[in-house]
Write a protein that binds this ligand. Structure first.
Ligand SMILES: Cc1cc2nc3c(=O)[nH]c(=O)nc-3n(C[C@H](O)[C@H](O)[C@H](O)COP(=O)(O)OP(=O)(O)OC[C@H]3O[C@@H](n4cnc5c(N)ncnc54)[C@H](O)[C@@H]3O)c2cc1C
Length: 509
């Protein structure tokens, strides 16, 4: 194996595939992409497990097995462990951040992260085939399609939204829409998932200057006096050092802070007892803080008598609709995604669900190192279950119940299975606490911030404060959650950091 590179990219997930592809555009750059999980080669070669290529599943076969503790409960926090990372196991939903989300980032002192400045990077990713909003990217590498699944039940639901005063969105991703309902969009072609290993890496994976090093666990960075010279990795049980002029961390919102913490870069007083007196330390108290995720609950209904048969006869066993909803009508902007879907097959299975996701929860969590061993899981304390969030979700369940009450939905929907009609008013609070689930959009653990911001880990160009050649380019950068699922924004962030690195290089040469 080659061991000396210009740039090493640590973590071959959504962001890592993009950064490696972009940096290796320069044929004079020797780029390595290191990934703990397997690399199944180009998708066209046929070695990928079917479950990672299907847009129907969020498979658990390639998962890190992380957990988040919150208020006495433990919640799984899924993360993909394979080339392509979480894009190979996620729910393939693509949602745009709102213009206001990104303008708020810029207002935090992050030049270059406002909506207009980030727009070219969002567009660079997207090959949107159906969206009506004129700002979409059409020529990118990630196909984005609309989920055209309608049915008589979905038509009745659409009318119910209109009765509630929620407008129809011709394009669900219109970044100026303050609320509305529309059709979901996905990085999928029909029922086939297009993950980032396929979209960004396959077109460039044969480049002689790009080295894919899979099934290799990154332990820690080798650094001194604010300069990284390489990285220690474990491959087939053997420890080796790879050297580099520059390192980019793309190991995701859990992997990236873990590598920093194991390397002695983080809250010094927490790391000293774990890493021992001889370990180099760089005090960056924000590493592992600001662990954000979105969260939600599900309202499930059984089928009314004859509803399954009618949907099957209409050739529409599956249907879905997604809404941007305000938990309280006085809010200026939506704060919830509500994803409705029905499945008339298999007979007797779950029929109709309304997943309610709270996009801007009240509280973040923290991630801590438990051991210097690279295989040790972190301790993650999550912000799941804050009383204000429970209130908003109780309001959201009340909204969904009002929405589904009109007589036009009665031929389709039977009894409410969860929470169940017995849970109303105050009785809903403990039910929500008990049934909260994470959305698996972890982020923020090495966040961006302006110079002088004590808990900022990275400067606006992605460089880790205190280092001249260490960068982060993944979901860890997110300073504040957007009112959106995270994927497209992470991809645009990776494009932006990579583009800055390429520019810096060309200025020097
Ligand atoms: C189940 C699930 C469903 C989701 N659904 C959606 C959705 O529908 N829509 C949406 O917008 N977002 C969704 N997301 C979120 C979205 O997929 C992520 O935000 C995005 O993929 C994060 O990209 P990333 O590059 O930061 O991390 P990842 O894609 O997770 O990549 C990190 C990579 O680093 C590797 N790695 C980590 N540590 C090490 C180490 N020590 N050594 C070597 N390699 C390492 C990992 O194996 C992984 O390949 C979902 C996520 C999950 C898990």
């Amino acid at each position: 194996m080659d061991t000396a590179f210009d740039t090493i990219v640590l973590g071959g997930g959504s962001a890592g595939c993009i950064v490696a592809a972009r940096l290796s555009d320069d044929p004079h750059q020797r780029v390595a992409l290191v990934e703990a999980g397997p690399d199944y080669g180009p998708v066209g070669a046929g070695r990928w497990p079917a479950e990672l290529l299907s847009a129907r599943y969020q498979p658990g076969s390639h998962d890190w097995g992380y957990e988040v503790e919150a208020r006495g409960r433990r919640h799984p926090q899924w993360r993909g462990k394979v080339i392509g990372g979480s894009s190979a196991v996620n729910a393939v939903g693509i949602t745009w951040p709102t213009r206001d989300d990104l303008d708020r980032w810029e207002a935090l002192g992050l030049p270059g992260w406002g909506f207009s400045a980030l727009l070219p990077f969002l567009q660079r990713v997207e090959a949107d085939q159906t969206g009506a909003w004129p700002g979409h990217g059409r020529q990118g590498y990630l196909p984005v399609t609309t989920l055209e699944t309608t049915s008589p039940l979905i038509a009745a639901l659409q009318a119910a939204y209109a009765q509630q005063g929620v407008p129809w969105l011709v394009d669900f991703n219109d970044p100026d829409a303050r609320h509305g309902v529309g059709r979901g969009t996905r990085n999928a072609l029909g029922m086939s998932r297009v993950h980032l290993a396929a979209a960004a890496l396959d077109p460039v994976r044969n480049r002689p200057n790009l080295h894919l090093i899979a099934e290799t666990l990154v332990d820690r960075l080798v650094w001194r006096d604010g300069r990284v010279s390489g990285v220690t990795v474990l491959q087939n049980g053997r420890r080796q050092v790879l050297s580099a002029e520059r390192v980019v961390l793309t190991a995701g919102a859990i992997g990236t802070p873990l590598i920093l913490l194991r390397s002695g870069i983080g809250p010094a007083e927490e790391l000293r007892p774990l890493l021992g007196p001889t370990s180099p330390l760089h005090d960056l108290p924000g590493v592992g803080k600001n662990f954000w995720d979105q969260l939600g609950v599900q309202v499930v209904h059984e089928a009314a008598p004859g509803a399954r048969e009618q949907l099957l006869a209409a050739g529409a066993p599956f249907g879905s609709l997604v809404a941007k909803v305000k938990s309280d009508p006085t809010r200026e902007w939506f704060d919830l995604h509500v994803f409705h879907s029905h499945l008339a097959l298999p007979p007797g299975g779950r029929f109709f669900s309304s997943q309610i996701w709270l996009l801007e929860p009240a509280e973040s969590g923290t991630l801590h190192l438990t051991s210097p061993e690279p295989t040790a899981p972190p301790r993650i304390r999550g912000g799941i279950g804050h009383p204000l969030d429970v209130t908003r979700l109780v309001q959201a369940i009340a909204f969904v119940r009002r929405l589904l009450a009109p007589p036009a939905l009665a031929p389709w929907l039977g009894a409410e299975v969860t929470p169940g009609e017995a849970y109303t008013g105050d009785a809903l609070r403990p039910w929500v606490q008990e049934h909260l689930e994470p959305y698996h959009h972890a982020c923020g653990t090495a966040r961006l911030g302006p110079p002088g911001d004590r808990l900022a880990v990275c400067a606006p160009d992605g460089r880790v404060y205190g280092f001249e050649n260490l960068y982060v380019a993944d979901a860890s950068l997110v300073p504040v959650l957007p009112r959106a699922a995270l994927h497209l924004l992470v991809l645009a962030a990776a494009e932006k950091v990579a583009s800055g690195l390429l520019e810096r290089r060309s200025r020097r040469s």
